[in-house]
Design a protein around this ligand. Structure first.
Ligand SMILES: [Zn+2]
Length: 158
């Protein structure tokens, strides 16, 4: 780290501590040449995307799980191959573009429902009421599985 005062590269860390959420490290440095002291902040480069569930637990965003939930909702609907994957990609891109490191699961859920509504009205209507009372897509998948188990294949109607 170059000294901001004299440009010397020979500086040393005299203090180092985690800030707030431990995502940032603050270092106090001192120039070996002119003794100027300055501060640097170090952050993780690749921003993680963490999902905060309603009960407060956190987990890494899982695009594959989101895609699988969407695919499940679109089962047997006349939609293009890869529609669920594309929707999951778009949702992830939106979340990352928003720049927040942590996203409530409810926001992902509502974005997923909006995507479903764009893709297929029936899939949306069929699953909206079920989905909205559940915390994440794992719950949705479980619920859908049990729906299919009790009712058989979803009726084809519009
Ligand atoms: Zn210096």
């Amino acid at each position: 780290m170059r000294c901001p005062q004299c440009g010397t590269r020979d500086t040393r860390v005299i203090d180092s501590r985690d800030l707030d959420d431990s995502a940032t490290i603050r270092r106090r440095r001192e120039c070996a040449s002119c003794a100027t002291r300055f501060t640097t902040y170090e952050r993780v480069e690749a921003a993680r995307l963490v999902v905060v569930k309603r009960d407060g637990t956190r987990q890494e965003f899982d695009r594959a799980k989101l895609a699988s939930g969407l695919r499940k909702a679109l089962t047997r609907r006349p939609v293009p191959d890869g529609a669920a994957e594309q929707a999951a990609d778009e949702i992830e891109a939106e979340l990352r573009a928003a720049g927040a490191g942590e996203v409530p699961s409810s926001r992902i859920g509502s974005r997923a429902m909006e995507k479903l509504r764009e893709i297929d009205q029936i899939a949306y209507i069929r699953f909206a009421s079920v989905y909205q009372s559940y915390d994440d897509l794992e719950d949705l998948k479980r619920e859908v599985d049990s729906l299919y188990a009790t009712r058989g294949a979803p009726e084809e109607q519009s």
